[in-house]
Design a protein around this ligand. Structure first.
Ligand code: F6P
Length: 336
């Protein structure tokens, strides 16, 4: 069997580990021939593909970055190239030219959607959910989320001491697109006092009251973790807006930190490395069994397939009955 593999969408810590997770068992255990598709779906459109030999895969587990590159290109959405050629047809041409039996697509919601469109054209695809945002429908966890949470938690830990030293309010903005997964998990792990996520909304007066309440309890500093996707006024960035509002509401000296792309770089956590091995190996197993049109999913502690048609085009957001929110509220954390 000859398979092509691509990583698409926003990167995350250690994309290389997930490439290794698919390719090592594909080559060593199943005897497949593996080709790397460069820069996501763009590589299929442009016929930019290279054979991936086993020796290239050594040392990838704990290396940062991606040997394949990535892009946010969505050939079914922006259908025509500069030369007016139809991108889906160009992808089909590349797949036929190389005789790929299956394309493994690693990425977030946009990638799941594009892979599903490809499968409707008759292409065999298997996908793996990979995004720091953790918002892919049909899986409990996406590859890269744990690493991003760990980076954000480390940043929040560091803000505690400077907040306390200066008696300030520290607002930290984390990524997540329209979902609050990173803010919730890093906010709770980092001991945030206030956590604002798009799914719950917030009232700035509640935020101010919490900060004043902490002052009265002898805690003249606070850590506020905000998801980038929360609603703000005048299109202001989440951290900037919340910091300004807090100063206005409470008179507290407030500083903001936008963590940004640091959350997407570097090496993956041990949890993500093992998830890469489990999900990647399962993807190879699905291909061997000719179970196409499926996304590899983590359901509880079990890796299993989910049909792409069930999940494509949907996002998984945080529910207010998430137990971290319930327990957080019980210990006095303000969710807005
Ligand atoms: O999807 C991952 C993500 O990092 C989001 O959290 C963020 O909103 C977005 O990508 C940033 O996109 P870009 O890489 O296009 O700047």
């Amino acid at each position: 069997m000859k398979i092509g593999i691509l990583t698409s969408g926003g990167d995350c810590p250690g994309l290389n580990a997930i490439i290794r997770g698919v390719c090592k068992p594909a080559i060593q255990h199943y005897g497949m021939e593996v080709w790397g598709i460069q820069s996501g779906f763009r590589g299929l459109v442009d016929d930019n593909v290279v054979p991936l030999e086993e020796k290239v895969l050594s040392g990838l587990l704990n290396s940062a970055g991606t040997v394949l590159g990535t892009s946010r290109d969505m050939p079914f959405k922006r259908r025509f190239s500069a030369s007016s050629e139809d991108k889906p047809s160009m992808m089909m041409k590349t797949i036929k030219k190389h005789g790929f039996d299956c394309i493994v697509c690693i990425g977030g919601n946009g990638t799941q959607d594009t892979a599903y469109q490809l499968s409707k054209l008759g292409v065999n695809v298997v996908t793996i959910p990979k995004t720091i945002d953790n918002d892919v429908e049909g899986t409990d966890v996406c590859y890269g989320f744990d690493s991003a949470v760990s980076i954000a938690t480390d940043a929040i830990d560091r803000l505690h001491s400077t907040a306390s030293a200066h008696q300030r309010v520290m607002v930290i903005e984390v990524m997540g697109h329209n979902a609050g997964w990173i803010a919730l998990y890093s906010g709770m792990a980092g001991g945030g006092d206030i956590i604002l996520i798009p799914e719950l909304g917030y009232n700035i007066h509640n935020v101010g009251s919490k900060i004043i309440e902490r002052l009265k309890q002898g805690k003249p500093y606070s850590i506020v973790v905000v998801a980038e996707g929360i609603k703000t006024m005048e299109n202001k960035k989440a951290a900037q807006f919340i910091a300004e509002e807090i100063e206005y509401e409470t008179g507290f000296e407030t500083r903001e930190t936008v963590l940004g792309y640091i959350q997407r770089g570097g090496i993956p956590t041990a949890y993500d490395r093992n998830l890469a091995t489990r999900m990647g190996g399962f993807a190879a197993q699905l291909i061997e069994g000719k179970q196409y049109g499926q996304m590899v999913s983590l359901n509880g502690s079990t890796i299993m397939p989910v049909p792409l048609e069930k999940i494509a085009g949907k996002a998984r957001l945080v529910n207010e009955d998430n137990d971290l929110i319930i327990q957080g509220k019980r210990m006095g954390i303000c969710f807005g």
